[in-house]
Design a protein. Structure first.
Length: 230
């Protein structure tokens, strides 16, 4: 099995780096294996959903020293810390590290709220918990229900993204739910973002060349759009 070259959760990692570091978008995009426009979209909150950040330093994917080198030099390419190969589970219940077991109820609550089509049996296999616990959270009789916070089990490290996606797709198919993305809408959003970035770049180049904004009135972006469409 080839060693990973990018973080386990690239989009969540990029969201954390955007909010918590002085790295450039290009550095973040390279480290996470994303397009720079995806990082721009995350920074501008134009992504389809607001991502919960995942700290690559805390998760052992990036050393603090490596992060500091990247912040000190915008041309520096961050290197992913070598991760020990994870053993694959074949049979039996999922093993969850003791440090993460307290997060299971939060992950269960997130699934119940966001994907009610997923059955208790499926949740039990995905997260490695009992049906009794799931039922208690469903009917709000869990002893600590008042303090639970619905959190994505993938972000919590309780499940893999591919496992979660496959489970959601399977459950949705059985329930007759159409989960296919609106490709037209995604394409429109991406095109609008690219056009906005081009307009901003055009306005910046004009200011750099002429020393003052083009005299069209309005914001810098509106001026850039006027130049971009010439």
């Amino acid at each position: 099995m080839a060693a990973p070259t990018h973080p386990l959760m690239p989009h969540a990692t990029a969201a954390w780096l955007v909010d918590n570091s002085a790295l450039t978008f290009e550095q973040i995009a390279t480290f996470c294996g994303l397009h720079i426009l995806e990082v721009q979209a995350i920074a501008d909150d134009t992504a389809a959903t607001k991502l919960a950040g995942r700290d690559p330093v805390r998760n052992g994917e990036l050393s603090q020293g490596e992060l500091d080198r990247g912040q000190a030099n915008p041309d520096y390419a961050l290197k992913l810390s070598r991760q020990p190969e994870q053993s694959r589970r074949t049979t039996g219940p999922r093993y969850t590290p003791v440090s993460k077991r307290q997060d299971k109820p939060d992950g269960i609550l997130w699934i119940i709220k966001n994907h009610p089509e997923i059955t208790d049996n499926q949740i039990s296999k995905l997260i490695g918990t009992t049906k009794t616990t799931i039922a208690a959270i469903r009917d709000k009789s869990h002893w600590n229900y008042a303090n639970l916070q619905a959190r994505d089990p993938v972000t919590l490290g309780l499940a893999g993204q591919r496992e979660m996606d496959a489970l959601v797709a399977t459950a949705a198919k059985k329930a007759g739910i159409d989960t296919s993305p609106d490709l037209g809408k995604l394409g429109e959003d991406r095109a609008a973002l690219i056009e906005q970035l081009q307009a901003e770049r055009t306005a910046a180049e004009y200011v750099k060349e002429h020393g003052e904004p083009v005299q069209h009135g309005g914001t810098a972006l509106e001026q850039g759009e006027a130049l971009f469409r010439r």
